[in-house]
Ligand binder design. Structure first.
Ligand SMILES: Cc1cc2nc3c(=O)[nH]c(=O)nc-3n(C[C@H](O)[C@H](O)[C@H](O)COP(=O)(O)OP(=O)(O)OC[C@H]3O[C@@H](n4cnc5c(N)ncnc54)[C@H](O)[C@@H]3O)c2cc1C
Length: 569
């Protein structure tokens, strides 16, 4: 099947849906195709969001203060031109989202939350908009744009290029297994994060596939785009005990008033803390022998100032919307010994992948280093620097989603359509079909090895020995295991086949991450090198990954600083 369009958007989460809407708003004569691996509004990470979204609405707050908070918590690795745009445009984009039907929970008679909730914001700036309602609003708005064609259950497998220009993509229609070639004047990658490279991640809640396998980073890389800060991973807590999940454990403290204590019952940390510190301080307790037998620490709800009823109400809320009811009943059933949450001690360990700060390098027009290729959302780097401040991903994706749509549409109006090279199309078909063979390894076998490697060596704490070991093992996986990967037979809705296609890209992305982590010989934000524990002034630069002559090349790039220098500079 061949399709010709003006703008192609790959990924239909918050960033992609917003990009498609803006491209359509920009020019109703343009055709826009939105390609999404799952159903829009029920796949990807936006729909899972717990509901914190930051923008300035408090009368004493300002975009300037928002800017300063994001850059400070991002350890000055943020591209400041992007943050200026994000903080200036966020209120307008947020109001627009509300006008499309997203529901924000009121806190008394105001809609910002009076408590900054541990995010470290210098003013109350959080707004409680759950991912579900965020996506319902975007999905409904999309339906009002007749020039947007939404293709669900379609996954992009390659960006098609001529020289340094992207001219479309090859995809697979998962429903019938057919190859789809989309010729586009401008292409936006908005394919979300990469949590599935880790054993523990919030991106696959209850084992569900969050489509966060990181394919988009690899698509952009193979098309020649620059990627930055591929070592910058944000981790959150892995709940160890009780075994039922209580939503995002960090909220047990910030929302429910629990205290962070070690196995000796000592409070070892108080909020607010940037997210990297939550992980590092817990790791310190555990490594220095003050952890639990199971290798964790606690959030102790007995310290909460809330009444039992208030605590239950908050816990239900952090469990998330409608699903809360069933889960809450389960939680109660499994805690028969002590159904009063004021007596609960939640045991957790650091190291659950939550968000990825690195990614495709963009400028404020969401242009990448490749002509005709735009990017927005979690797949991009440079916005959150070395550490994302809570609630700013939902802001980032809507601001830059809209910008990517606008500038892609502008480009499409000026650009010619170029027919993809028939040989490249055929080669891609052969490449993706190669997995159908009679014997071999299930993709899950390789996927699991990657996850173990990444969790063992690219987790909260890294060092040269571990990173080099990871690299050697990734090279061995590439040489020995990848050629054997085999998909189950049949093309229709064959998710095993899609997994086989993805695992090749997971390996590429893992390698970019490990090589970048090896090259950054300092600690900053989400990148903690045990062998280089200090933040170094001469490392205030991005690591940069690029494919050159078929090789992965690692370099650096300057950080754009527009108005805020790091202390001591
Ligand atoms: C549990 C959880 C809670 C969170 N809570 C918050 C919060 O409260 N506040 C906040 O600011 N942030 C939060 N975040 C982070 C935030 O949700 C994400 O960073 C953000 O939603 C990412 O949006 P996106 O549009 O870039 O990607 P996504 O929403 O993940 O969308 C990407 C889409 O691309 C599709 N896709 C992927 N690969 C392909 C391909 N090859 N071809 C076609 N389609 C593809 C996927 O199916 C998916 O629909 C949370 C994240 C998680 C996991």
């Amino acid at each position: 099947m061949n399709i010709r369009t003006d703008v192609l958007v790959i990924g239909g989460g918050g960033a992609g849906a917003r990009a498609a809407i803006e491209a359509s708003l920009n020019d109703q004569n343009l055709n826009v195709v939105l390609l999404n691996q799952g159903p829009v509004g029920r796949s990807g990470l936006t729909v899972m969001a717990n509901g914190g979204m930051q923008w300035v609405s408090h009368p004493e707050d300002s975009p300037e203060a928002h800017f300063r908070d994001v850059v400070r918590i991002g350890c000055y690795l943020n591209d400041q031109n992007l943050i200026e745009v994000m903080t200036e445009e966020a209120p307008e984009r947020a109001e627009e989202l509300l006008s499309w039907g997203a529901e924000v929970e009121m806190d008394g008679d105001q809609y910002y939350l009076s408590d900054p909730r541990g995010s470290g914001a210098s003013f109350p700036r959080g707004h409680f908009i759950q991912g579900g309602t965020y996506m319902v609003a975007l999905r409904n708005e999309l339906a009002r744009h007749s020039n947007v064609t939404v293709m669900e259950d379609c996954t992009a497998t390659k960006l098609l290029s001529i020289g340094n220009r992207v001219i479309g993509a090859a995809a697979i229609n998962i429903r019938n297994g057919e190859q789809v070639i989309i010729e586009s004047k401008a292409t936006v990658v908005a394919s979300g994060g990469l949590g599935e490279l880790y054993l523990h991640t919030t991106n696959t809640p209850w084992g569900l596939h969050g489509h966060a396998s990181g394919t988009g980073y690899a698509l952009a890389y193979h098309a020649g785009a620059e990627l930055i800060d591929m070592e910058m991973v944000q981790f959150t807590n892995i709940q160890i005990y009780p075994p039922w999940e209580l939503g995002n454990p960090a909220l047990l403290s910030s929302v429910c008033g629990g205290k962070y204590v070690n196995a000796l019952g000592e409070e070892y940390m108080q909020l607010p803390q940037p997210r990297d510190m939550l992980q590092k301080l817990a790791l310190k307790e555990i490594r220095e022998g003050r952890g639990t037998e199971r290798g964790g620490v606690y959030i102790d709800l007995s310290f909460s100032p809330l009444s039992r009823e208030e605590l239950e109400a908050h816990l239900k809320k952090v469990l998330g919307g409608e699903t809360a009811k069933g889960r809450w009943n389960l939680v109660k059933e499994m805690s028969v010994d002590n159904p009063d949450p004021r007596n609960w001690k939640v045991e957790w360990a650091p190291g659950c992948e939550h968000f990825f700060m690195g990614g495709v390098r963009i400028n404020e027009r969401c242009e990448t280093s490749v002509e005709g290729l735009y990017a927005a959302g979690e797949v991009t780097g440079g916005v959150h620097g070395a550490n994302r401040m809570g609630g700013n991903a939902l802001t980032d994706i809507i601001v830059f989603g809209a910008r990517a749509g606008k500038y892609a549409a502008d480009y499409a109006r000026r650009a010619d359509s170029i027919e993809p090279d028939i040989t490249a199309v055929k080669e891609e078909h052969e490449r993706t079909s190669r997995f159908f063979k009679s014997q071999g390894l299930p993709p899950k076998a390789v996927r699991d090895k990657i996850r173990h490697l990444m969790s063992d060596h690219m987790g909260v704490a890294r060092n040269e020995t571990g990173l080099k070991k990871a690299l050697t093992e990734l090279e061995s996986l590439r040489a020995n295991d990848l050629p054997k990967v085999r998909a189950p037979q049949g093309r229709r809705f064959n998710l095993g086949w899609i997994e086989a296609i993805e695992v090749v890209y997971m390996l590429d992305v893992a390698e970019m991450m490990v090589r970048s982590a090896l090259s950054r010989t300092e600690s900053r934000g989400g990148h903690y090198r045990e062998d280089y524990p200090d933040t170094k002034q001469n490392w205030l630069k991005h690591t940069l990954v690029k494919k050159l002559d078929n090789a992965m090349v690692i370099g650096t790039a300057p950080v754009v600083i527009t108005k805020l220098n790091p202390p001591g500079d």
